[in-house]
Design a protein around this ligand. Structure first.
Ligand code: XMP
Length: 508
């Protein structure tokens, strides 16, 4: 498969850049600058990313350019641009005027293959503290902004290009054009990496890899595990057995509905009612991390119990996606996770199953496209993210079956109202939280002392940062009324207006 290699020097824009290149239907992979993979024939070009470091810092990332420069097309971006100049005897220094934000390209060499179709006076997005003051003699300037003479350059006699602005951000007007020029015209990729071609080649590879072997996979109801199951099913049919566990912490009717859609999709799926296993271990547990650990462990026990009933299973299928893969081998090393996420899935070592992860090359939005290609219903594809520990981390304090039922009712009113008001798809994630307090109210002539719930709806791209949704007052009024009238035991509804950071999406 034709591949563009992105060497990461720790820039926060690297994943976005990879996605923008993939939007040109060209596959690309991110690797740390100090772990360059073998440069096989498939690698058609190299992109050097930005970095939080200055090239003059003693700890600045040091990439071995001799492996590919002059042999393959190269595009240096920000740090990548400055680094190649620094290494070739040019001059890079702290900028006198710090360059952040919008800038205009006052001159553009449109004859340069990289800049074909990039218009003079168009806007670009700068973000660097260093600047290239002097280019080595065999480098030529290809574009400039008002403040930066050497905004882009090409090395004579080589297909090596560099720019000091960010082509991947939305504010760089011709950024996509520039990336397209690089991957299609300069690297000669054919732009044939589409959801359809991904499905075809992945199904082929899975067939080769798995032959007549049996695979077991845990379905969660989420997009990733569903798409992974569909791909495996297409490759090996009923040699795939899926296990879908009801942990008693799912949304109202979720288990039955999702199980039904999986069966309709033709998947060979075992539904396991393990509610009581989970309630038992959660009884009296109030600390969020303890809840997560208990749920994670119980999931493994239940899954293990069910999987052991199957005969001759050799593989464990998982819906791991690319950000998890990059995270585990990133330049900075695995980042500190604040909560123990991804605590479902994974089996004890003694089961000795090999892992098969058909989505490990894909970003989340690409998983959705592949799901669509495989005919997955919009209802499943467009679902909000839902945490593995489910409602357990939305019931603050200890968990009882009664509390789960109350929260399911509240959550169901909120989510179905979002759908009725056509707001569901505009919200990234929504849910209700049962608070560990009671409040005084009055219903009829009676004083009440009942439960309080909070509603949370956020806008986000990837869950890393989020803002609360400005839902219409009329909508909130209707939902609050319905909840208080229909859910016995609740007499007060609050709406959470905190952004992340400093708050998080979940309350626990
Ligand atoms: P926070 O609360 O950290 O949530 O802002 C970010 C995203 O992660 C989800 N989340 C979890 N997902 N296991 C999961 O599988 C967990 O323990 C967990 N905690 C939070 C959360 O729903 C949001 O989408």
């Amino acid at each position: 498969m034709q591949t563009i290699l992105i060497l990461d020097h720790g820039s926060q824009y690297t994943q976005l850049r990879a996605r923008k290149i993939r939007e040109q239907n060209v596959y690309c992979e991110i690797h740390p600058y100090n772990k360059i993979p073998p440069l096989t024939e498939n690698i058609k070009g190299v992109v050097l990313s930005g970095s939080p470091y200055s090239v003059t810092d003693p700890q600045a990332p040091d990439t071995d350019l001799s492996l590919f420069k002059g042999k393959l097309p190269v595009l240096g971006i920000c740090y990548g641009a400055q680094y190649m100049v620094h290494k070739s005897g040019g001059k890079v220094e702290k900028s006198v005027i710090r360059e952040y934000g919008r800038a205009k390209l006052v001159s553009v060499n449109e004859d340069c293959a990289l800049l074909k179709g990039v218009k003079q006076d168009s806007q670009v997005w700068m973000s660097h503290g260093d600047t290239i003051l002097q280019l080595p003699s065999d480098f030529e300037v290809i574009c400039s902004t008002e403040n930066v003479q050497n905004a882009g350059y090409k090395i004579k006699g080589e297909e090596t290009y560099a720019i000091q602005f960010h082509p991947e951000v939305h504010h760089s007007e011709f950024g996509s054009q520039l990336l397209r020029n690089f991957v299609l015209d300069i690297c000669h990729c054919d732009g044939s990496w589409t959801p359809a071609s991904f499905v075809k080649s992945t199904v082929e590879e899975l067939k080769q890899k798995l032959g007549n072997d049996k695979v077991v996979l845990g379905l969660s109801g989420g997009v990733d595990s569903s798409v992974a199951a569909m791909l495996l099913h297409r490759a090996i049919g009923n040699n795939l057995t899926c296990i879908f566990v009801d942990n008693g912490l799912l949304r109202k009717n979720e288990f039955e509905d999702v199980l039904q859609s999986y069966q309709n999709m033709g998947l060979n799926v075992i539904g396991v009612n393990a509610k009581q296993d989970f309630y038992k271990v959660l009884a009296g547990v109030t600390e969020p991390e303890k809840k997560r650990k208990a749920i994670g462990k119980t999931f493994i026990d239940v899954f293990d119990r069910e999987a052991n009933k199957l005969k001759d299973v050799k593989w464990l299928g998982q819906g791991t996606i690319y950000p998890d893969v990059i995270e585990s081998s990133s330049v900075k090393g695995p980042s500190q996770t604040i909560k123990s996420h991804h605590n479902v899935g994974g089996l004890p070592d003694y089961m000795k199953l090999q892992l098969v992860e058909p989505l490990r090359l894909l970003f989340k939005d690409e998983v959705r496209k592949v799901g669509k290609e495989l005919g997955l219903k919009q209802e499943l594809l467009g679902r909000h993210p839902f945490p593995g520990p489910g409602l357990a981390i939305r019931i603050l304090g200890d968990i009882t079956e009664e509390k789960v039922t109350i929260l399911q009712e509240v959550d169901n009113i909120f989510i179905s109202s979002l759908k009725q008001w056509n707001l569901y798809d505009k919200v990234w994630q929504a849910g209700a939280i049962l608070l560990p307090i009671q409040s005084v109210g009055v219903m009829g002539d009676e004083r009440t002392y009942e439960r309080v719930v909070a509603l949370r709806a956020v806008e986000s791209v990837d869950g890393m940062t989020a803002d609360w949704c400005h839902l219409p007052y009329e909508f909130l009024a209707e939902v609050s009324n319905k909840i208080i009238n229909q859910v016995k035991g609740v007499n007060r509804v609050c709406y959470d207006i905190s952004s992340k950071p400093p708050a998080t999406i979940e309350w626990e």
